[in-house]
Design a protein around this ligand. Structure first.
Ligand SMILES: C[S@@+](CC[C@H](N)C(=O)[O-])C[C@H]1O[C@@H](n2cnc3c(N)ncnc32)[C@H](O)[C@@H]1O
Length: 318
């Protein structure tokens, strides 16, 4: 089980929830993504792909408004080995990543970076974004940078109360006008967000943006994260009617622990987690004046996902 996300002596955040969840720390911190991709595939991990259409829709909305004066620069919080970039910028599917790392990518880190770089060099970029990644795993960020998935990387654990972004990191944060995070809230809390949100989009204040799109598992209370966004002038809300499957429960202990937390919070799991998967909700943030347009875009995307079952993004609640 996960050890929690705070240091000795500090108040633990989401302690009970993180205790109930399986811990994948070893595969998050390996020099190459082989173990991560294999472990996630084994557990049916799909939240990155599920969130992709919403992240792309937010990026396209930004582009429409900024008319190329300010390229979309995406900050992926809890980016792992550059997964948000692989999904959003390069349009890779998770299955492609699994096939790539199980058959074509050597275990040696330098060689693996080289073949990954060669692969993405010949991959079209369906969504024209620059990507900056933040993750506490130095190994993961190093791989993503060397492989060319990330244009900028911040390998830091801002959950540690002794750590704050340095000048270079603040400048990366300021250069980003789209914040995304998939599958990372829980490890990442309001503590990290409090270091990020004040800087986002500050490089090129424009008439539209910055925007944020986050997935949050139903067992995690989003209130502290919302409070950070609101403190810095954003409107932060759940997009109604969207339930995104994250992954299967790893075992019976995890299933029972997570269901107990959800039930204690009064959450009805009958149509969702009871069927064997964890579910996340989609949250967005924007300046209050821009929020309605972002929300409409998310709703339009939800409808498209419902129609396009081939994208496997059809878990819409009633
Ligand atoms: C389940 S993975 C999600 C990866 C990716 N976003 C995706 O959806 O495929 C969670 C990630 O959160 C990262 N993480 C854990 N604690 C963190 C922290 N304190 N700050 C930033 N990232 C953290 C882990 O290293 C891991 O890469």
């Amino acid at each position: 089980m996960h050890e929690g996300n705070t240091k000795k002596g500090e108040l633990l955040k989401y302690e009970r929830e993180n205790q109930a969840k399986a811990c994948f720390q070893d595969v998050y911190t390996a020099p190459t993504p082989h173990g991560y991709v294999a472990m996630m595939a084994k557990n049916g991990y799909e939240i990155g792909e599920q969130a992709r259409p919403y992240c792309i829709a937010a990026a396209e909305l930004l582009r429409k408004h900024t008319e190329n004066a300010w390229p979309v620069q995406m900050l992926d919080v809890g980016c792992s080995y550059g997964m948000g970039s692989a999904f959003v910028k390069y349009g890779c599917s998770f299955d492609e990543m699994v096939a790539f790392f199980s058959t074509r990518a050597p275990q040696d880190p330098s060689a693996a970076c080289e073949v990954m770089r060669a692969w993405i060099n010949v991959t079209p970029t369906p969504c024209d974004v620059r990507c900056v990644g933040l993750d506490s795993s130095k190994a993961a960020v190093r791989f993503a940078m060397r492989a060319g998935l990330l244009d900028g990387g911040i390998a830091r654990d801002f959950e540690n109360p002794d750590i704050a972004p340095n000048a270079e990191e603040c400048s990366w944060l300021r250069s980003c006008n789209l914040l995304i995070s998939t599958g990372a809230i829980g490890y990442v809390t309001d503590r990290t967000m409090a270091h990020i949100v004040p800087h986002i989009g500050k490089d090129h204040p424009s008439e539209f943006g910055p925007l944020a799109v986050l997935t949050i598992l139903r067992m995690f209370d989003a209130t502290p994260i919302r409070d950070v966004f609101e403190k810095h002038g954003f409107k932060f809300e759940k997009v109604p009617g969207i339930m995104l499957p994250q992954r299967r429960f790893t075992n019976e202990d995890e299933r029972k622990g997570v269901l107990k937390i959800l039930h204690d919070k009064g959450i009805d799991t009958r149509e969702w987690e009871d069927r064997g998967k964890q579910f996340a909700e989609l949250f967005i943030a924007a300046d209050p004046a821009h929020f309605p347009e972002l929300l409409e875009e998310m709703k339009r995307t939800r409808s498209k996902c419902m129609c396009n079952k081939s994208q496997r993004v059809a878990y819409i609640c009633r």
